[in-house]
Design a protein around this ligand. Structure first.
Ligand code: AMP
Ligand code: MG
Length: 418
């Protein structure tokens, strides 16, 4: 360890907004790739998407019923049924005075049609092949959706940089976008460090714990739209960890967990420095998550953004939600300013004592109670407590200075996005 750089000198601790600014300005502009429609969920559009059709592409019936002429309703005669037009078919005859065409939902309306009447408002006589319209209050154009009513050919239906949710997938399908121009996902390598870690399928022996961070980080990165490359456990020795770090530096982003504090085997900052990753900050005014390390690799074409996350799972999650998730989003959406601390407010249901001078994010339960959002900070046993974390659906944000927070105070919350 003697020839490793000394990274223990106390550095100025930056705040969360400054930390974000440092990350934000290092995020490259997104590049374009394409994927199939089914692969597009959760990704971001790279260009404006235009429709190649009018929607609907023809005047269509919105109900099952009869296409009629309004003038015929005055005398209320029996109308001769011309034909039946199902969805997918096209009419062969116009609707002339004294006649009607039976039509199904989604079918193109025949020429001459002035309105469509619901089948429920008609009496059909099969023997004479006629129909009488019982509801004579039908107005011009009723139950007809005109061609291009919802959108026109050439319209931009989704702008560049939009997140593709299930509802965008449906729209993309309608406008014929089978190959979707999307921004490239960042490749995110993950290394979890620690001699105490064993794989999830192992039973921990004395002094050991399972590597839960890897599974947590894989699912977080996947939910953020990143492409995950898990590199497994990095042991707390220089040779092995340096080798893993070299592998991790081949990707756009490298997330390490553990080994960034003040322990004797916290080798991550020194080994990153040795691997020519320039430290941008180490330690942030944040609780939990203070030991967070961030830097950028030098001398590569696409310098890897490197995060040394604290080892405890809740601390890792807080750092991830505040800084890594917005980075992965900005990587795909183009670096836009985001409000990383969120702007949702809820009413506190229990008193809370904020100790110390760091902004604190506490796992909480956000519920809609009696017409308002209420939030309860959960009783937990510290930042290794994943059992309590699994009861939570948000982080509750307590702003210094230290003080008692009272029941009923409005407080900022950061809802879990999943
Ligand atoms: P460290 O920052 O390496 O000192 O780790 C801080 C705490 O987090 C220790 O109690 C570790 O055992 C725990 N820890 C580190 N890595 C992991 C991991 N991958 N999964 C679960 N807990 C971890
Ligand atoms: Mg460790």
């Amino acid at each position: 360890m003697s020839d490793l750089p000394n990274t223990r000198a106390k550095l100025h601790m930056i705040n969360i907004s400054q930390a974000w600014q440092e990350i934000y300005r290092r995020i490259p502009q997104p590049t374009i790739s394409t994927c199939t429609l089914t692969e597009a969920l959760g990704r971001f559009t790279a260009v404006d998407i235009q429709s190649d059709i009018d929607s609907p592409p023809f005047d269509k019936s919105l109900v099952d019923g009869f296409a009629i002429r309004i003038d015929d309703l005055q005398s209320n005669p029996s109308l001769l049924i011309n034909e039946v037009v199902h969805a997918g078919q096209t009419p062969t005859q116009p609707v002339k005075t004294g006649s009607a065409t039976q039509i199904m939902t989604g079918a193109p309306i025949p020429s001459g049609t002035q309105a469509v009447v619901m089948i429920e408002d008609c009496t059909v006589n099969l023997a004479t092949n006629t129909v009488v319209v019982d509801n004579t209050t039908v107005t011009l154009g009723s139950h007809i959706m005109r061609q291009g009513k919802s959108l026109s050919c050439g319209d931009v239906v989704i702008t560049a940089g939009s997140k593709i949710r299930p509802v965008e997938i449906g729209l993309l399908a309608e406008v014929g976008c089978a190959e979707v121009p999307v921004t490239t996902q960042p490749n995110v390598a993950i290394i979890c460090t620690g001699d105490e870690l064993v794989d999830v399928d192992q039973h921990p022996q004395a002094g050991q714990i399972r590597n839960s961070n890897e599974a947590l980080l894989i699912s977080l990165v996947t939910a953020s739209g990143g492409n995950v490359i898990p590199l497994g456990i990095g042991r707390d020795n220089e040779l092995e960890l340096s080798d893993k770090i070299q592998q991790g530096l081949q990707y756009d982003v490298l997330l390490l967990s553990g080994g960034v504090s003040m322990g004797e085997k916290d080798l991550v900052p020194a080994l990153l420095q040795q691997a020519h990753v320039t430290e941008v900050f180490h330690k942030v005014q944040l609780k939990p998550g203070k030991p967070l390390w961030f830097g950028q690799a030098a001398n590569t074409q696409q310098p890897t953004l490197v995060f040394g996350l604290p080892g405890n799972p809740v601390s890792s999650l807080v750092c991830y939600m505040l800084l890594v998730a917005p980075m992965i989003r900005a990587y795909q959406q183009g670096a836009r300013e985001v409000n990383i601390q969120g702007d949702s407010l809820a009413e506190l249901t229990a008193p809370y004592t904020l100790r110390g001078d760091r902004p604190t994010y506490h796992p909480g339960r956000l519920d809609w109670i009696s017409g308002k959002w209420s939030v309860t900070p959960l009783t937990w046993s510290g930042s290794a407590d994943q059992q309590t974390l699994a009861q939570a659906n948000c982080l509750v944000f307590f702003q210094p200075p230290q003080r008692e927070y009272d029941v009923g105070e409005q407080i900022s919350v950061l809802p879990f996005p999943w």
